[in-house]
Design a protein around this ligand. Sequence first.
Ligand code: FAD
Length: 421
Amino acid sequence: MTVQTPSIDTLVVGAGQAGVAMSEHLSKQGVPHLVLERSRIAERWRTGRWDSLVANGPAWHDRFPGLTFASVDPDGFASKEQVADYFVDYARKIEAPIRTGVEVLSVVRNVGRPGFTVQTSDGTYDALRVVVATGPFQRPVIPAIAPTDTPLTQVHSADYRNPEQLPPGNVLVVGAGSSGVQIADELQRAGRQVYLSVGPHDRPPRGYRGRDFCWWLGVLGEWDAEVMRPGKEHVTIAVSGARGGHTVDFRRLAHQGVILTGLTQSFEGGVARFQPDLVENIARGDENYLSLLDAADAYAARNGLELPEEPEARIIPADPACLTEPLSELDLTKANVTTILWATGYALDFRWLQVDAFDANGKPKHQRGVSKEPGVYFLGLPWLSRRGSSFIWGVWHDARHVAEHIATQRKYLAYYDTPTN
Ligand SMILES: Cc1cc2nc3c(=O)[nH]c(=O)nc-3n(C[C@H](O)[C@H](O)[C@H](O)COP(=O)(O)OP(=O)(O)OC[C@H]3O[C@@H](n4cnc5c(N)ncnc54)[C@H](O)[C@@H]3O)c2cc1C
């Protein structure tokens, strides 16, 4: 009996940085493949982010090993357009077989023969393997507490572009990870009164003793941490490359005019209520900040590094009024708040992937990207193999592992020449 073999060996869905990295490693392993991208290469960097966004990491760090940024100083921060252009250039350099403008609509395992049937906006494809590279941040999430019956404008950070986009008036920014804190800063500088609702967060120093925090996290092994520390599941990381890069300091933001609040708890009758956790959240953020300075000092001492001392990095500014007497509620009308900006993160969306690769909560089941469903692979998910997995440099290393796994499978099959997965 002859087994009908799918025409495509490995189909990669998505051509963001994950899809491009995957293509590079598949090519290196000699694996025939095709990348399908519903829009353009690195589309999310172009149109899924606000106008002024720059990379959180310096250009020497937030890149793939095979190419430097042509027009960005290595210690500078690439704009979102420069990041997108970088991946377009990279794809060209490695001659990645990417077909843009093709959306994958469904993936279903074939019955009685190997591989998957892939329905797309460009017809049906048949693939032996599918690599899911559709991003760590797919569907913007607005929590259920969002007021429904209100004239307020409500915008998720994924749809925020610039201050002019928002109606005149003040803004409540909910969420103070890298997105929320940068958007709050931008709005305040544009003349808005901003209320920033701050939850648990880490806030590494931008730099310390002459080295960027990306370097410190690297040498301290933090990017390679394989599991999130218990209790850190809902902790955001507040860093910024904006305005040449600076340490996120909530007290400084408050002294600049931003009013900090605790986590947003509810909205009722035009009044926002906040949890009494602001002081604790700020204190924990300080702890995280200072612990990285301690770890950096210990590393420098252990290795005899003669880095310039930086005692001023340990000076914590005085508590602003919003911290000594935190708001428990805010009458949004009286405060002339016309916009709620939700910087509350993203969820995954795999409705199109109709295979047995998920747990009861809909989370992908995999080991370092190799799914429990043979022939299905995930790439670019947060903590796929380690802390760096959803970031530019980290996904490149995960892609290498996935490509090696695929190449090994192909070698097994080639030995007996049996096309199955
Ligand atoms: C505001 C923000 C700032 C960030 N800044 C940094 C930073 O400075 N440094 C850093 O390292 N990381 C940063 N990240 C994290 C990460 O690098 C980005 O989220 C990056 O876009 C992830 O790349 P990806 O290829 O995994 O996913 P994406 O960029 O999301 O790419 C996935 C691609 O898949 C396509 N796609 C999705 N579904 C389908 C389908 N069904 N069919 C076909 N195509 C499909 C999409 O169009 C998209 O192009 C940031 C994230 C955010 C949200």
